[in-house]
Design a protein around this ligand. Structure first.
Ligand code: PXG
Length: 289
C-alpha cells in the first residue's frame, strides 16, 4: 500500500506523523472522505472544493493547488489499484511547538489514504436502520461551524457512542435549539405527503456531497425538496426517513426512538433514490485509469 504523504508516495509502514503535529495535539486540521466506484472518483471536484472551504474557514493555507490535490488523489487510487474504495484526505496544521499557536507550524501536513471500504450490511438497505436521538447536541455554529469538516470529531464520536450503547448504528443529533441537525456522520431527510424535507446547513449540518447529489436526483425525478427546520416530531410522523453520506450512500430509516417510521419498511421514494444514486455513482466521476 502506498500512501501520499507531504508530496511523496511512501509505504504504509513509513506513513508516520510527528507527535508534534497539531492535527494530533489539537485536532487542528481538516479532512475529506471520498469514494471511488467502478474506476472513477465520485464528485472529486466537489470534495476538494469543500476541503478548500474548510481550510479557508480555519485560516489554513493548503500548500498544493486544487489541481495538484486532485491529481494526488487520483494517483493514490491508481498506485493502489483501487477501482472501488474509500479515500481519506487529511490536511493538518503541521508540526509545531507544544503551544496552541498555529504560527509555530510553518508547513501543513498532507496525506491521502486510498483503501477498501467497510460497508453497511445489505440488510440495512433492504430492511432499514433504527436510530436513537443522542443527548449530545451538535456543536454550535457559534463555537465551530459544523460546515467545517475539521479533525474535531469528538462531538460526533460521543453521540455515536450513545448509539452504540443503545444498539444502533447511527444517531440523530439535534442542534442547540433542539431542532434536527444531522447524524454523527450522515445527513438526514424526512418525507411527508410526497414532499422531501432536510435541515438547512445553518441548522448545524455538514454540507454533504451525498446530500447535494440526493437533492439533485430527487428534483430530477420531479420531487419537491425543501430545506427547512425539522423537529424530532417531524421524523416520528414522516412517511419515510433516510440518511445520506459518502460511506452510507442512501440508508432507509425505519425507527426513531422507538417510534416506527411509516410502514416500518424502506419507502418507495427512498428505494427509487437508492437505485438512482447507485446508477449515478457507477456511471459518473473522474476516471482513475
Ligand atoms: N455529516 C457529518 C458530520 C459527516 O461527517 C456527512 C454528514 C455526510 O457528508 P458527505 O459529504 O459524505 O455526503 C459526514 C461525512 C464514517 C465517516 O466513517 C463518515 C463521514 C466522515 C467521516 C467518517 O462513517 N461522513
Amino acid at each position: 500500500m502506498k500512501i501520499f504523504l507531504d508530496g511523496k508516495f511512501v509505504d504504509r509502514q513509513d506513513a508516520k506523523i510527528s507527535v508534534f503535529d497539531h492535527g494530533l495535539l489539537y485536532g487542528d486540521g481538516i479532512f475529506e472522505g471520498i469514494r471511488a466506484y467502478n474506476g472513477r472518483i465520485f464528485r472529486l471536484k466537489e470534495h476538494i472544493d469543500r476541503l478548500y472551504d474548510s481550510a479557508k474557514a480555519i485560516l489554513l493555507k493548503i500548500p498544493m493547488s486544487h489541481e495538484e490535490i486532485c491529481n494526488a488523489t487520483i494517483e493514490s487510487c491508481r498506485l493502489n489499484n483501487i477501482r472501488d474504495g474509500y479515500i481519506r484526505l487529511v490536511v493538518t496544521r503541521g508540526v509545531g511547538s507544544l503551544g496552541l499557536n498555529p504560527e509555530s507550524c510553518p508547513v501543513p501536513t498532507i496525506f491521502i489514504i486510498a483503501a477498501g471500504i467497510q460497508l453497511y450490511s445489505a440488510e440495512v438497505y433492504e430492511k432499514g436502520m433504527k436510530l436513537v436521538t443522542a443527548s449530545t447536541r451538535r456543536v454550535s455554529p457559534a463555537a465551530l461551524s459544523p460546515a467545517v469538516k475539521s479533525l474535531n470529531y469528538l462531538n460526533n464520536i460521543l453521540a455515536k457512542i450513545e448509539g452504540t450503547i443503545a444498539g444502533t448504528q447511527e444517531v440523530l443529533m439535534l442542534n442547540q435549539e433542539g431542532y434536527v441537525a444531522e447524524c454523527s456522520g450522515d445527513n438526514v431527510f424526512a418525507i411527508k405527503q410526497g414532499i422531501i424535507h432536510t435541515p438547512p446547513i445553518y441548522a448545524g449540518a455538514l454540507g454533504g456531497i451525498t446530500r447535494a447529489a440526493a437533492i439533485e436526483l430527487l428534483r430530477q425525478q420531479g420531487h419537491q425538496v425543501v430545506e427547512t427546520q425539522l423537529t424530532r416530531y417531524d421524523l416520528f410522523v414522516a412517511d419515510e426517513v433516510f440518511l445520506t453520506g459518502t460511506g452510507a450512500e442512501i440508508v432507509p430509516v425505519v425507527e426513531l426512538d422507538g417510534r416506527q417510521i411509516g410502514q416500518g419498511v424502506p419507502g418507495p421514494i427512498t428505494l427509487e433514490l437508492i437505485r438512482a444514486y447507485r446508477h449515478l455513482t457507477a456511471t459518473t466521476g473522474t476516471p482513475i485509469f
